[in-house]
Design a protein around this ligand. Structure first.
Ligand code: SAM
Ligand code: SF4
Length: 433
């Protein structure tokens, strides 16, 4: 979502004369878009500001802006800790970014914008054309969360759940497709909680998927991140009805122990998760899953961890994210007693070995088969291309000119944990979409 937000910020600040530069040390304005989900992310921000400070030591100081969830959570404290920062602006105040920069320049007075004005923000950005021109584009449809898992900052940094207008999303999708997008990933912190009401009609994620299905130039539809509780039957049905919705779902569970899920306030059980898994597999047996795991959540016993390992062995996740619990200030779990770090690290290693092993095997199985790859770009200075399978697996392959945006058959010749490698396999009868 930060990638989507950053592009929208660029489009906004271009109205007051700024243009994007790849030469960092020449920038007049430096915007850091930040993530606050784990503590390391916050420390990275201060580290990065330190780097900017050093690089600009003998040059005119740029306007330094911290945007995103760290800005929202830390607000003025950031400026106190690092006076090199001039502006902090939270994710629901981006519509004010131009005025905030101009005010700062005029008055040379530090600025802080951290209100939750989600509706005003989207009203503002809806009027600015989305000029992103990528083969695979992100499109935010929903923001925020009302679920309050005890470990998570999202309800505090992104605010309450908000769903954008159905018609405006479709309009923006058409614009992205006009710009060359062949794949759209619909985004939200709880994307499948999307619910837009207009007069007597309610629009859900399934309605968006089926509306996008009808746009001929669009080849693939994805969405992320979904919550198990919002995996409703209408959405599951899309896996039978839609030809463009990819058979790959990122469905976080966090733990394989009901006791830990309860401690986390996850509001679903392992059995419920498995029932959703079964329903989806029934709708399309080719669906593959990935997930998120929090390891060593306060109170997690060896037995709880074993239950998570059992779940990982039961569901062959195609890939997954696993992190040690990171206490976030202001959340319900922030002051709970932490599990010994050595135990936490041991558990993380065990689960990651298992997950990475699955991932390696899944990729190995693909060797000597031909897969459909949506070509995203040519790799710089190489005669190779980059694309992805329906399952998001990156593929690097030898190819020909003018393939970007096409779905091509690639013969997989080798693999590692993260990538597939191969050669394009075109013959007289091959149809390229
Ligand atoms: N809304 C999605 C759900 O609940 O299924 C997840 C979105 S959350 C923004 C992304 C992931 O960050 C979570 O699934 C969780 O695994 C991880 N995460 C959030 N807070 C964390 C924390 N305090 N420590 C470690 N990981 C955390
Ligand atoms: Fe965070 Fe997801 Fe829980 Fe919401 S449902 S609080 S976004 S982990």
């Amino acid at each position: 979502m930060n990638e989507y937000d950053s592009n929208r910020i660029y489009e906004s600040v271009s109205k007051i004369g700024y243009e994007k530069t790849e030469i960092f040390n020449e920038a007049n304005c430096y915007i850091l878009n930040t993530c606050h989900i784990r503590d390391k992310a916050k420390e990275k921000v201060y580290h990065e500001i330190g780097r900017v400070k050093k690089n600009f030591k003998s040059k005119e100081k740029p306007v330094v802006i911290v945007a995103g969830c760290v800005a929202q959570a830390e607000n003025n404290e950031m400026i106190k800790r690092e006076p090199y920062i001039d502006i902090v602006i939270g994710p629901q105040s981006y519509h004010k970014i131009n005025d905030t920069i101009l005010n700062y320049i005029k008055k040379e007075k530090k600025q802080e914008q951290t209100d939750f004005d989600t509706e005003l923000k989207f009203d503002y950005f809806d009027k600015i054309k989305n000029n992103t021109s990528k083969i695979s584009s992100f499109l935010t449809i929903q923001e925020g969360c009302d679920k309050f898992c005890k470990f998570c900052v999202v309800p505090y940094t992104r605010g309450p759940e908000y769903s954008r207008s159905f018609h405006i999303i479709i309009k923006e999708a058409k614009q992205l497709i006009k710009n060359g997008s062949k794949e759209i990933t619909l985004l939200g912190q709880n994307v499948n909680a999307y619910c837009y009401k207009e007069k007597n009609k309610i629009f859900r994620l399934s309605d968006l998927i089926m509306a996008l299905e009808n746009i001929i130039e669009l080849k693939r539809i994805r969405y992320t991140t979904s919550h198990p509780l919002d995996m409703t039957d209408d959405l599951i049905k899309c896996y039978e009805k839609s030809k463009k919705l990819v058979p790959f779902i990122h469905l976080p569970i966090q733990s394989g122990s009901n006791r830990v899920l309860k401690l986390m306030n996850r509001k679903h059980t392992v059995e419920y998760y498995l029932s959703v898994y079964e329903k989806l597999k029934k709708a399309n047996p080719k669906i593959e899953f990935s997930s998120d795991f929090i390891i060593a959540y306060p109170g997690e016993t060896e037995k709880d961890f074993d239950d998570t390992m059992k779940l990982v062995k039961k569901i062959n996740f195609i890939n997954s994210y696993s992190f040690i619990f990171s206490p976030r200030p202001g959340t319900a779990a922030s002051n709970l007693k932490l599990i010994d770090n050595n135990i936490a690290l041991k558990r993380l290693k065990l689960i990651q070995d298992e997950l990475f092993n699955h991932q390696n095997l899944k990729n190995k199985i693909m060797e000597n088969t031909t897969v459909d790859v949506l070509v995203e770009n040519k790799i710089r200075n190489q005669n190779k291309f980059f694309g992805r399978t329906k399952y998001m697996t990156p593929v690097i392959f030898n190819g020909e000119k003018d393939m970007e945006g096409k779905i091509v058959p690639v013969l997989i010749t080798s693999s590692n944990q993260n990538n597939l490698f191969g050669e394009i396999k075109l013959n007289k009868n091959t149809k390229v979409a």
